[in-house]
Design a protein around this ligand. Structure first.
Ligand code: PGA
Length: 249
């Protein structure tokens, strides 16, 4: 039985003082959940988030990183830097990074491997645009992102990788994929993983849905057979709303 994993992606939001207040409010609201709860904060909030989440069941993730350990990469943050302050997860290949910062399946693959090398768990985002979906290419696009982005991982690595299926047309738009559509695509993703890593391993991989998840639709999405929780953007910024999503199931 796979666990449900609910991760908040704050994107470029919140200052350190807001981070501290957020955790004070969220922690008591989610303390009894059996689900895994993660907050992916901006770099400048991470250390405050780690301290605020001590003695709670909330885990901390970053939203990006470089694949190199160190070096002349002005403005970048390495996997080791994240690990050293207690970060456990890192979002890799979010569609906003693919769209605005030239992230490709190749860089995603390098980052995923680099994350595993230091024991960070990657949350790897895949998903199609509206025109790709309308032209019937969703399956091909998502399959390719999986094949290239998650290439050459060991079985242990794939089992500690989280995949987030986020149809790009559903991110921040208020449009959610229907629970049936989201479940169907997540099944394809699992089938693709099965071809590479075998059924036993593919069955253990957590695959989330992301794109306008909110308290009103969380339960019906998370109850689907293959949807193992959610990656939540806008609705993760308010502790009470995010707690309702975490506690939806
Ligand atoms: P949203 O964002 O929940 O605001 O649609 C999800 C995401 O981009 O991870």
């Amino acid at each position: 039985m796979r666990k449900k994993v609910i991760a908040g992606n704050w994107k470029m939001n919140k200052l350190p003082n807001e981070t501290i207040t957020f955790f004070e409010e969220l922690a008591p609201l989610v303390k009894n959940t059996k689900n895994e709860v993660i907050i992916c904060a901006p770099y400048t909030d991470l250390f405050y988030a780690i301290l605020s989440a001590q003695n709670t069941n909330i885990k901390i993730g970053a939203q990006n990183m470089h694949w190199e350990e160190n070096g002349a990469y002005t403005g970048e943050i390495s996997p080791q830097m994240l690990k050293s302050i207690g970060v456990e997860y890192v979002i890799i290949g979010h569609s906003e990074r693919r769209q605005y910062f030239a992230e490709t399946d190749e860089t995603v693959n390098k980052k995923v491997k680099a994350a595993h090398n230091v024991g960070l768990k990657p949350i790897v985002c895949v998903g199609e645009t509206l025109s790709q979906r309308e032209s019937g290419k969703a399956k091909e696009i998502v399959t390719n992102q999986i094949k290239s982005g998650l290439k050459d991982l060991t079985k242990n690595e794939i089992m500690s990788t989280i995949v987030a299926y986020e149809p790009i047309w559903a991110i921040g738009t208020g449009k959610t994929a229907t629970k049936e559509d989201a479940n169907e695509t997540i099944k394809w993703i699992r089938e693709e993983l099965e071809k590479i890593y075998g059924k036993e391993n593919a069955d253990k991989v957590i695959i989330q849905y992301g794109g306008s998840v909110k308290s009103e639709n969380a339960k019906e999405l998370f109850e689907m057979s293959d949807i193992d929780g959610g990656l939540v953007g806008g609705a993760s910024l308010k502790p009470d709303e995010f707690a309702k999503i975490v506690n939806a199931i």
